[in-house]
Design a protein around this ligand. Structure first.
Ligand code: CP
Ligand code: NVA
Length: 315
């Protein structure tokens, strides 16, 4: 009843969904957002009753962790935290951890370093639904919240251009993949050496809807010219702290400030997954301006994660 038609068992990557499935998840999220005010009267408030979801976070998190906890609770499910020290270190094999957990829980939400770990977890425990809460390579839950934010403003992503400037990282990749599936034009403005790998760009291009386009730039000004959205993220993602000083210098020309925003369309939005490093990748002036959609993105993390939980576990 609450399930969108979806072939994937896990949500490790945006490309686990096809364009129709992605649109259905966003539509379900919009409905959940509307119905949230009903509290326990909401039709989905018992949808996950009797099911447990494990949360396994190996990196810090505010938004993803809080919204999964709240979302599972609001759907009538239960969550438990699995300490990463016991699950992802040398205490026992990853496949042994996965096979134990699938005896007790229906799904697991994992934030870790290598994407390969998620794939290994999923392969070892075929009854578990595995959800990616961020890896070094991808952040698909973020992209769901981002695109709900845009689709609810525009109605459709088609004929729109989103420009990501900065590090070609996990957030950039999932944002690009979702944009491609939804038919948007995606510009990536990254320094030489910091673009997404060519094979990742090719994979996204192969999955795009016919109207979508992915273009890469070195010059941030060219990347944002005429864009409907300027998006950035930290220059130093979690796990790359040793490179922070070098990155501060390399990325300085990619700061999103009023001058860079002025090259985008006059009504262009500013977006950031957060946490922001004010004065580095974005100025206070931009992130605090009326163009900034960052709090809408954060709010929509909750509704979209409830939608992906229902899609994988509900019904
Ligand atoms: N954007 C995001 O994923 O935030 P957290 O790291 O706080 O979860
Ligand atoms: N790219 C950032 C995103 C944080 C939500 C990181 O991986 O640290």
């Amino acid at each position: 009843m609450f399930r969108t038609t979806c072939l994937t068992r896990n949500f490790l990557s945006i490309l686990d969904l096809d364009p129709g499935e992605l649109e259905a998840v966003l539509a379900l999220a919009a409905r959940l957002k509307q119905e949230r005010g009903l509290g326990w009267q909401a039709p989905t408030s018992r949808a996950l009753a009797g099911q447990h979801v494990a949360l396994l976070f190996e990196k810090p998190s505010l938004r993803t962790r809080c919204t999964f906890e709240i979302g599972i609770h609001e759907l009538g499910g239960e969550y438990l935290h699995v300490p990463h020290e016991v699950a992802l270190r040398d205490r026992e094999k990853l496949s042994d951890v996965a096979q134990n957990l699938e005896l007790w829980v229906s799904a697991i939400v994992i934030r870790t370093f290598a994407q390969q770990r998620l794939a290994a977890f999923a392969a070892a425990a075929p009854r578990l639904r595995v959800i990616n809460a961020l890896t070094n390579e991808q952040h698909p839950c973020q992209a769901l919240g981002d695109w709900l934010t845009l689709v609810e403003r525009w109605g459709s992503a088609k004929d729109r251009t989103i420009a990501f400037v900065g590090d070609g990282n996990n957030v950039a990749r999932s944002l690009m993949e979702a944009g491609a599936l939804l038919g948007a034009t995606v510009h990536l403005g990254c320094p030489d050496g910091y673009h997404l790998p060519e094979r990742v760009l090719e994979q996204a291009r192969a999955a795009t809807s016919p109207r979508a386009e992915i273009r890469t730039f070195i010059d941030p000004a060219e990347a944002v010219r005429g864009a409907d959205v300027v998006y950035t993220d930290t220059w130093t993602s979690m796990g790359f702290e040793a490179e922070a000083e070098e990155r501060r210098q390399t990325f300085a020309p990619y700061q999103v400030n009023a001058r860079l925003m002025s090259l985008a369309r006059p009504e262009a939005l500013f977006m950031h997954c957060l946490p922001a490093h004010r004065g580095e990748e974005v100025t206070d002036e931009v992130i605090d301006s009326s163009a900034s959609a960052v709090l809408d993105q954060s709010e929509n993390r909750l509704h979209t994660q409830k939608a992906i939980l229902l899609t994988l576990m509900g019904g």
